[in-house]
Design a binder for this molecule. Structure first.
Ligand SMILES: CC(C)(COP(=O)(O)OP(=O)(O)OC[C@H]1O[C@@H](n2cnc3c(N)ncnc32)[C@H](O)[C@@H]1OP(=O)(O)O)[C@@H](O)C(=O)NCCC(=O)NCCS
Length: 175
């Protein structure tokens, strides 16, 4: 089986997401991500008061229709010094289904890379642009997530939002 299909989520995906498993339940920082995807992500993405944040939900399916990845991102304003701030993107969540973690498609692309590439493409095609900087907050022990993010350009480090969590970011891109 080859190929995949990525589409934006819709409110009707609530049930599909309720059974999306991407965590080892014994690992709190993984379970938190899964819990958010299962129980809150559609509310987050389709909150009528969140328009300014341009929230985006993406679902990745295999050609056979198996949901293998879920990701979400939103617009934020990043403050650099005393300036007015500029539009950037926060990766809210990225999850690969348990059965697809560590796996690649027959063409060689890793499932995680297919998902992250789709996310980064979606970010750069938003109007107005918000790919000047793209960041994620990741638990410091989440080596797989840190590795995937690094492969997709989140190579710099900002201040930590919490002692156990890192904030990793793409280098600044001129608009
Ligand atoms: C984070 C996630 C998307 C990564 O996808 P994946 O398919 O599991 O990971 P990959 O196959 O891309 O592997 C990523 C890297 O971690 C490495 N890796 C795999 N298992 C590892 C382990 N137990 N410890 C350290 N590194 C590991 C892989 O070798 C690879 O390294 P490389 O880039 O140097 O080759 C996925 O694990 C996931 O959904 N996790 C739960 C949810 C989560 O934590 N999301 C991120 C926070 S929003």
């Amino acid at each position: 089986m080859t190929g995949w299909h990525i589409r934006p989520g819709s409110p009707g995906d609530r049930e599909l997401l309720a059974s999306f498993a991407c965590a080892d339940p014994a690992v709190r920082w993984q379970a938190e991500v899964e819990q958010f995807i299962q129980a809150q992500l559609t509310d987050w993405a389709f909150d009528p008061h969140a328009d300014a944040g341009d929230p985006r939900l993406l679902l990745a399916f295999t050609a056979a229709g198996d949901l293998f990845g879920v990701a979400a991102h939103e617009r934020v304003i990043l403050q650099a010094g005393a300036g007015p701030g500029f539009p950037a993107t926060k990766l809210e969540v990225v999850g690969v289904a348990l059965k697809w973690q560590g796996r690649s498609f027959p063409t060689g692309e890793r499932a995680s890379d297919v998902l992250m590439s789709a996310v980064m493409t979606d970010v750069s095609s938003r109007v107005p642009p918000r790919d000047a900087r793209v960041y994620a907050i990741v638990h410091e022990d989440n080596h797989r997530s840190l590795a995937v993010c690094r492969r997709h350009g989140l190579t710099e480090e900002m201040s930590r939002p919490h002692p156990s969590y890192r904030r990793i970011v793409t280098p600044h891109k001129e608009q």
